[in-house]
Design a protein around this ligand. Structure first.
Ligand SMILES: [Mg+2]
Length: 398
């Protein structure tokens, strides 16, 4: 094997204002590859430095399959889902970035070239400093749909029933952006709450008709019966999909939900690895593969999930709400693979804090992400970010 692109340093980076996000920089051959993950970064940092770094340092960054399998074998000994997979996901993206930079090609060209030059994006209605889209999605959904259409968005996602499920947020805990307080799944949905939740859906159809596709998010807040009640209520409105209405802990129960409702099911950002998706596809529990690339195993694993979905004649629609590197990595998959359907974005993040994190913007025009990238991932951490004195860094060296 050549001695090119040997991994000699792995560093993790955190900033105070994004307490859920962890960036990783993998150094090899004088280049720096960038990765990212989201949620409980302290635990992920430990996985990266204590478990993965000893397996990666001194190895060739090209050998992504072998390194993924090495880390996974160790991580999986104690159960892989969670911080282990998030750490592996972040590292894996950084390795692809390194190889692309070394060879002078964007990551999509390493995967399979280009199936398209743009991909539609949809607007997830989260509140951000720039837009109160979540509030608007509950109180003035028709006007919001109209304004999104004017920008070129033709699909929006909202979660009008979350507020009626049990709420419990641990003190000091900042959950993923856009989530309501996460409690145990609800076991009772009143007729009044069902009707209130349906109001925004009705308002969108009344204002803009079928020009706006509507996706319903459930954040796994309901038991099967309540989820079915919601599904039957939205069915006449022709929603494009529902996602995570129940906990994705049982492929059999997801399949029952898919069978007993007539709404397409997007499954699920909360599934880890191709093996979890295999169960779901085999049981006919999903219509759309919705993985989160920075949770489920990075680019290496997501390619396999996309191919698996394709063998079942299903499209994929990657999850966001988690970070700018995630979006970029997903866009490379959307460029390279035939069964890409649509990409999730939060417009207030793309036009807001993502610009402070990366040195290049994610370009969206008329509701389409433009798939035109510099070699590798196509962006680095912003020099202004790296110059800050309040970064929390941890470093492992060969
Ligand atoms: Mg979701």
């Amino acid at each position: 094997m050549t001695a090119d692109l040997i991994i000699d340093r792995i560093e993790t980076i955190r900033v105070p204002e994004h307490p859920n996000t962890l960036w990783v920089q993998v150094h090899a051959g004088g280049l720096i590859g960038l990765g990212e993950t989201y949620y409980l970064p302290g635990a992920v940092e430990s996985v990266i430095h204590d478990l993965a770094a000893p397996l990666l340092l001194g190895q060739r960054a090209y050998d992504r399959e072998r390194l993924w399998a090495d880390v996974f074998a160790h991580a999986n000994f104690f159960g892989h889902a969670g911080a282990e997979l998030r750490g592996l996901s972040a590292l894996d993206i950084a390795l692809w970035d390194l190889v692309g930079q070394r060879l002078g090609v964007p990551i999509h060209d390493l995967i399979g070239g280009k199936c398209r030059d743009t991909i539609p994006v949809y607007a997830t209605c989260a509140n951000t400093p720039l837009y109160d889209d979540q509030t608007a999605s509950l109180n003035r959904a028709g006007e919001l749909a109209e304004s999104l259409l004017a920008e070129g968005f033709t699909q929006m996602k909202l979660w009008p029933w979350d507020r009626f499920a049990p709420q419990r947020q641990p003190r000091g805990h900042t959950g993923p952006a856009g989530w309501s307080a996460v409690g145990q799944p609800g076991h009772r949905l009143t007729a009044a709450d069902l009707a209130s939740g349906l109001e925004p859906v009705r308002a969108i159809r009344a204002k803009v008709g079928d020009r706006m596709a509507i996706a319903i998010e459930g954040h796994s807040r309901w038991d099967l019966n309540s989820a079915l009640t919601i599904a039957r209520a939205v069915e006449p409105f022709g929603v494009v999909w529902m996602e995570d209405m129940i906990q994705p802990t049982s492929a059999a129960d997801l399949a029952r939900f898919a069978r007993e409702s007539r709404v397409p099911q997007a499954v699920s950002e909360r599934l880890f690895t191709r093996w979890a998706f295999r169960e779901v596809f085999e049981r006919e529990a999903a219509h759309i593969a919705m993985f989160d690339l920075i949770w489920t195993g990075g680019i290496t694993e997501s390619i396999k999930i996309c191919a698996l979905a394709d063998t079942y004649h299903l499209p994929f629609a990657p999850h966001d709400c988690t970070g700018p590197v995630n979006v970029l990595a997903c866009l490379h998959l959307c460029a390279a693979l035939p069964n890409a359907m649509i990409m999730e974005v939060v417009r207030g993040f793309v036009r807001g804090y993502y610009l402070d994190i990366l040195d290049r913007p994610i370009v969206i025009r008329d509701g389409q992400a433009v798939l035109d990238f510099a070699p590798g991932l196509g962006a680095k951490l912003h020099p202004k970010l790296l110059a800050r004195s309040d970064l929390a860094r941890r470093v492992s060296v060969a």
